[in-house]
Write a protein that binds this ligand. Sequence first.
Ligand code: SAM
Ligand code: SF4
Length: 324
Amino acid sequence: MGNNPALSAGELEELLALEDFSPVYRRANEVRREQVGDTVHIRAILEFSNVCKRNCAYCGLRAAHAGVERYRMTPEEMVDTAVEAHRAGYRTLVMQSGEDPWYTPELLGQIVREIKARTDMAITLSCGEMSKADYAHLRACGADRYLLKHETADPELYATLHPDGTLENRLRCLRDLKALGYETGGGFMVGLPGQTNATLAQDLLTLASIPCDMAGIGPFLPHPDTPLRGSAPGSTEVTKRCVALTRLLLPRANLPATTALGVRSAGEKSDVFSCGANVVMLKVTPTCYKRKYEIYPAPLPDTHIAQQRRTLDEQIRALGRIPC
Ligand code: SAM
Ligand code: SF4
């Protein structure tokens, strides 16, 4: 994947602070069209467990949040939902969860194998930090991609937000995933308390240093039952600026208009897609579980998997882009 080494930390900071960012949005949109075309890839996301052993300060699923009714989907439910999503037209399934040791690498691997045997979907896992050997096992079972945001590139801020992990290990995971041949997805949150444009410049350079094949960049949204309940939400404008700059640094990357961005900028979908994004994710989590996977407060449509997909296809076509 080509990256653009021409942008230094100082230049990224200056660009982030521009009063009029529109020339950068235009350039990011041109690079997006030249490098990855007009297709918008629609990914299905299945949130299969909300059990988590960690206590990330921002997340509604953190272990200490006693108010969450926890669930685990059975392997059969997961495979059935995957097959239903495939029938509805999805070609990529993102399987996401808290860090839940109940799903051992062996069990997850069996589920991945079964879904690969029953569909031709690409499988993205997003289940947190593991050893290189476990990532290798899941890759051998057929997992194609892995999403693991580095969250923030500032080691001190990282340490205050993550009582059970280090930035160093997070980055070790990303490098291991890349070395194992996964399409590797990083990313970060915009608007974390204490973050500055200098931090964001480091976040952008971190994505380029892996280099990431995908990057999920979304605004931080405060959850009322977490230690960050009183913090202000991240800005959608700054988030979109970060997506645009990522398009310049990693021209061929897959860049989702993240769910969190959609939550903050509902009704601005065209805007979201003109800043360089070329991917969108739709939840296919069964309705009985969807409400329990609340990482931040968000409205949830109750529409059926197939209907939801048709509506999004139409919205993307109306923007002159091609849903896929
Ligand atoms: N447990 C896995 C992990 O942490 O990588 C995957 C699931 S976790 C819920 C997925 C992502 O949710 C995290 O990478 C984080 O960026 C995002 N997230 C969690 N709480 C959030 C919040 N309050 N606002 C915005 N994003 C949040
Ligand atoms: Fe668990 Fe992921 Fe939430 Fe952290 S962000 S508490 S690891 S689900």
